[in-house]
Write a new protein. Structure first.
Length: 112
């Protein structure tokens, strides 16, 4: 059975936009992390990602990401996103690299 990893990443962004950290991390391995590209880990482990997202959602209650494009190669998904912290606030683009182990995300790296 083939895994649609782009669909999983898109679903994670839908949970992110709904500010549902629990549903977001449900698609991750227990030891997953979020990090800068080839750099420092920002949120470590499923629980670290969950608590970090909850803190960010509290700080930016209007934060949303729009997927501009998506690519998949093997067990990696690349999303090009436009993020807005508030409807009339700062907007920026980011490339997010989702590394998968089967149907679960083990690492997300951000290029900004």
């Amino acid at each position: 059975m083939s895994v649609d990893r782009v669909a999983i990443a898109r679903e994670m962004i839908a949970h992110y936009n709904a500010q549902d950290a629990d549903a977001y991390v449900a698609a991750m391995t227990d030891d997953a992390c979020e990090a800068t590209y080839r750099g420092a880990v920002l949120r470590d482990g499923r629980e670290g990602v969950r608590s970090g997202l909850k803190a960010m959602f509290a700080q930016y209650p209007e934060n949303r990401a729009e997927i501009l494009s998506a690519l998949e190669l093997g067990e990696t998904v690349l999303l090009h996103e436009k993020v807005a912290r508030a409807a009339d606030g700062e907007k920026f683009e980011v490339m997010s690299i989702y590394s998968f182990e089967g149907d679960k995300v083990s690492r997300v790296e951000f290029i900004r």
